[in-house]
Design a protein. Structure first.
Length: 307
């Protein structure tokens, strides 16, 4: 699955001030992130928890229809109800979708055997390759190394998005799984170290706002230019921290309002980013753009050419 190596954008779902899906703003976001390697639709950053099933279908269809270069698309289909995930394969038109991202069951805290059974049932039923998603900070349960290694043997599971921020676990998984099993960072700040130990890239929140600068950083890391990648990432770390200061996608939508892509409207129980956060992020955003103009970020095209 080489099409999922690099920077994948975990797309936000822009809303109008009336909290309806803002399709013109979504088109603007797609244009803004067009140089990323792939898009992820209906993930956590998309506020999937507060989207209706019809809205999810409409957003997916819109992204497919506004993809002139046939960029790979990954669709989020996860739940703490295994049967619901499997039923969604029948209810969603997955034509033009390349892979499924499925989060570890949340809230119910299944055992490791339960996690294996859950993902095995999903992978058996899925018409598309499945990417596991380990995010213990949100689900309340960590997929351990043995569980991931066991699931890596399934012919329809091609990798994992990991947001555990556990570099030791990452090393153990990467060393114990096949070379073609992708280990994708789910934590922007951990991307460079994850790639340095054999990771395949990132599914990013940050890339919604600064896709060129972060995309260049990812490519530098993939090229083996760890020092350059680290230097570039150092220019982005404060902004990355700010993105999550008031929660996700509150921060990234605040950043996108600063970048004039969409407004920062979210749906309850989330509330909009504070004026203090927006003021602070605005200064940081301007600093990133100044650094970019000073060529502190290698152009994404040049970075890719070096591969």
């Amino acid at each position: 699955m080489e099409s999922f190596i690099g920077q994948g954008i975990a797309l936000v779902t822009p809303f109008t001030k009336e909290r309806e899906v803002d399709f013109p703003a979504l088109k603007k976001l797609l244009d803004h992130t067009k140089d990323a390697e792939y898009w992820v639709v209906n993930g956590t950053t998309a506020e999937s928890a507060t989207l209706t099933k019809d809205e999810k279908k409409q957003v997916l269809e819109f992204v497919k229809q506004n993809n002139p270069t046939n960029k790979p698309i990954m669709f989020g289909n996860g739940s703490n109800n295994t049967a619901e995930v499997i039923q969604n394969f029948k209810e969603f038109d997955l034509t033009g979708v390349d892979a499924i991202l499925s989060v570890c069951p949340y809230y119910v805290k299944p055992s490791q055997q339960g996690i294996i059974a859950h993902y095995t049932a999903i992978a058996d039923a899925s018409p598309l390759p499945v990417l596991l998603y380990n995010v213990p900070g949100r689900t309340g349960v960590n997929m351990n190394v043995d569980t991931i290694v066991e699931l890596s043997k399934h012919k329809n599971i091609f990798g994992i998005k990991d947001a555990s921020a556990d570099l030791t676990q990452a090393m153990r998984v990467i060393s114990a799984t096949p070379d073609d099993f992708l280990f994708i960072s789910g934590d922007d700040a951990m991307t460079v170290p994850i790639i340095s130990i054999g990771g395949s890239g990132v599914i990013t929140v940050l890339g919604n706002v600064v896709p060129q600068e972060f995309g260049s950083t990812v490519q530098q890391a993939l090229n083996g230019n760890a020092k350059q990648a680290t230097m570039q990432m150092s220019q982005l770390l404060d902004f990355t921290d700010a993105l999550f200061e008031e929660g996700n996608p509150v921060g990234v939508k605040t950043g996108l309002e600063i970048a004039e892509i969409c407004n920062k409207t979210v749906r309850l129980p989330l509330v909009e980013g504070s004026e203090l956060l927006q003021s602070k992020m605005s200064v940081m955003y301007d600093q990133i753009k100044i650094s970019s103009k000073k060529s502190m970020f290698v152009s994404n095209f040049d970075a890719r050419q070096a591969i």
